[in-house]
Design a protein around this ligand. Structure first.
Ligand code: BES
Ligand code: ZN
Ligand code: MN
Length: 528
């Protein structure tokens, strides 16, 4: 008695089933259901003041032996003395990056002391770290915050503000009930009336470009794929003067014989793109070119990766995020330099149409590559992107940045990215930029033996050697081989440093936006 109606219902619903084509609109890739349409919660706006605001929580950078009155000249003497006494009782020593949190002193709900080295000219990174460290300590602070920079040498405040901006990065747009972090202002207190303008015309843009790069890296691959990466950059650069954006689609790349880049994306339903941002701030001079690996997801392709950790490969476009971030910062701050940033964008997926191990592809310049391992895909997209960039822009130098090899992670850990270069001047500029920004580089060799390792039996070169050693170096050799001389070339393998696994002073645990500051320094080194 009970079974009959069920049978009837099943039959009826089968009859009513709509045709497949209507169920899933043509061209739809993915579920068509966005997990969120919100933006990240607002960060604390950075504002400026010349006097210490009453009632705000305080961050006080203290350089050298503890002397609160000297570190915070704007504080009433009795408040400074009370903080001094409390810090002494807590045995606080003002060593670099040591912090102490006090509550309810002199009408200030919270006071954070941040130690620094006592120097007449503190490093820019030390200043940014002090601002960042203070902000990390006050991430959940509900009150307004004031950072007191009056005790630091003239010119320090913009770097402290920069660190404070970087450290409050948040990515909460995908939480359905965001427990938003407080967004009331942070005031940088500086007696220097020019500090605000100096910050706002320069480092504020670098901070926002770094935030943009971090968002791209953190966003899931369902959100950021080659076309949506391009759209995000176009939105970010809308109305910015002296910028030209060029986008090559697959048909245009096919016409240029970019078989190496196209081969990587051919197993994905998301079409590949080549994106170039050209910023001209210095007339007709040849530009500095930066070319980033933009694999929006690296499954390994047919040479598929193991499951553990594969999710992190949504960030395999960190190099592309770094180059576009640096170019956006340069354009927005109006740098007197000519810059080209190129993002080589593809999704590396397995599938019926994917390239196979053993396939041979042709790069734009006619060189051929045997694809031994489809997971060595970054070098394949960079080869075509470099050839195109050199032909198109004839740059003074070309720099690659890429999450290229697991081998560099094994070699250098999280402290350095690896630098390969065939030009000493370019290498020196990059190493100096790394030291200045804290995005440090370690020079690695390009030994002639790598050429034998990468020799192919049937093509000009192969993309990987099975059981090969010097995995980062042979990858660098591969790119060098396919990057036409005599253009000065360098390559930064940033596979180990794209994410911070715990808080750094200017990076809350998560994407570092690594490379934006480094490449910004490279651009500055060419500035007129
Ligand atoms: N994107 C990876 C490299 C990577 C590994 C980045 C770990 C970040 C963390 C790259 O495409 C890759 O798969 N490289 C292979 C190359 C190998 C197949 C020759 C590697 O390093 O294992
Ligand atoms: Zn990869
Ligand atoms: Mn790979």
């Amino acid at each position: 008695m009970r079974a009959a109606p069920l049978t009837f219902l099943l039959a009826a619903s089968m009859l009513a089933a709509p045709a497949l084509a209507q169920e899933r609109p043509a061209g739809l890739v993915g579920s068509g259901v966005a997990p969120s349409t919100r933006a990240n919660s607002a960060e604390r706006p950075i504002s400026w003041a010349q006097a210490v605001p009453g009632g705000a929580s305080l961050i006080i950078p203290v350089a050298g032996p503890l002397d609160v009155a000297k570190a915070a000249p704007g504080l009433p003497a009795e408040t400074a003395a009370a903080i001094q006494a409390a810090a002494k009782a807590a045995r606080f020593e003002a060593k670099p990056l040591s912090t102490l949190k006090l509550h309810g002193v002199g009408g200030h709900p919270t006071v954070v002391l941040v130690g620094m080295e006592a120097l007449t000219a503190p490093k820019e990174t030390a200043l940014a770290d002090a601002g960042g460290k203070g902000m990390l300590a006050l991430r959940e602070e509900p009150n307004d915050i004031a950072i007191l920079t009056g005790g630091l040498p003239a010119g320090s405040a913009p770097y402290v503000a920069f660190g404070a901006a970087l450290a409050q990065y948040r990515y909460d747009r995908l939480k359905s009930e965001a427990k938003a972090l407080p967004a009331n202002p942070v005031m940088v207190v500086s007696p220097d009336a020019g500090a605000q303008a100096a910050y706002e015309r320069d480092l504020a843009h670098l901070a926002s470009a770094t935030r943009f790069a971090r968002d791209l890296v953190t966003a899931p691959a369902s959100d950021i794929y080659p076309e949506s990466f391009v759209a995000a950059v176009q939105r970010e650069l809308k109305g910015v003067p002296n910028v030209r954006i060029t986008v090559l689609d697959e048909a245009q790349m096919r016409a240029l014989n970019m078989g190496s880049l196209l081969g990587v994306g051919q197993g994905s339903r998301r079409p590949s793109r080549l994106l170039a941002i050209e910023y001209r701030g210095a007339g007709d001079a040849a530009p500095i070119a930066m070319v980033g690996k933009g694999i929006t997801f690296d499954s390994g392709g047919i040479s598929i990766k193991p499951a553990a950790g594969m999710w992190e490969m949504k960030g395999d476009m960190s190099g592309a995020a770094a180059v576009v971030g640096a170019a956006i910062a340069a354009a927005k701050r109006g740098a007197k330099a000519n810059v080209v940033a190129v993002a080589a964008l593809a999704e590396n997926m397995p599938g019926g149409g994917a390239q196979r191990p053993g396939d041979v592809v042709r790069t734009m310049n006619g060189k051929t590559v045997e694809v031994i391992n489809t997971d060595a895909e970054g070098r394949l997209v960079l080869a075509d992107a470099n050839q195109w960039t050199i032909r198109q822009y004839n740059p003074v130098a070309i720099v690659n940045i890429a999450t290229l090899t697991g081998a560099i992670v094994a070699a250098l850990g999280e402290e350095y990215s690896g630098l390969f270069a065939r030009n000493e001047d370019l290498a020196a500029r990059l190493v100096a930029g790394g030291a200045r920004t804290g995005e440090e580089l370690w020079r690695m060799p390009l030994h002639p033996s790598y050429a034998e390792d990468m020799a192919s039996e049937i093509a000009d070169i192969k993309n990987s050697k099975e059981g090969g050693r010097a995995g980062a170096g042979t990858a660098a050799h591969f790119i060098s081989f396919l990057t036409p001389e005599p253009t000065p070339w360098a390559h930064v393998d940033m596979a180990a440093v794209d994410r911070a696994e715990s808080d750094l002073p200017t990076v809350p645990k998560g994407p570092r936006g690594y490379g934006v500051r480094l490449l910004d320094q490279l651009i500055r080194s060419y500035q007129k």
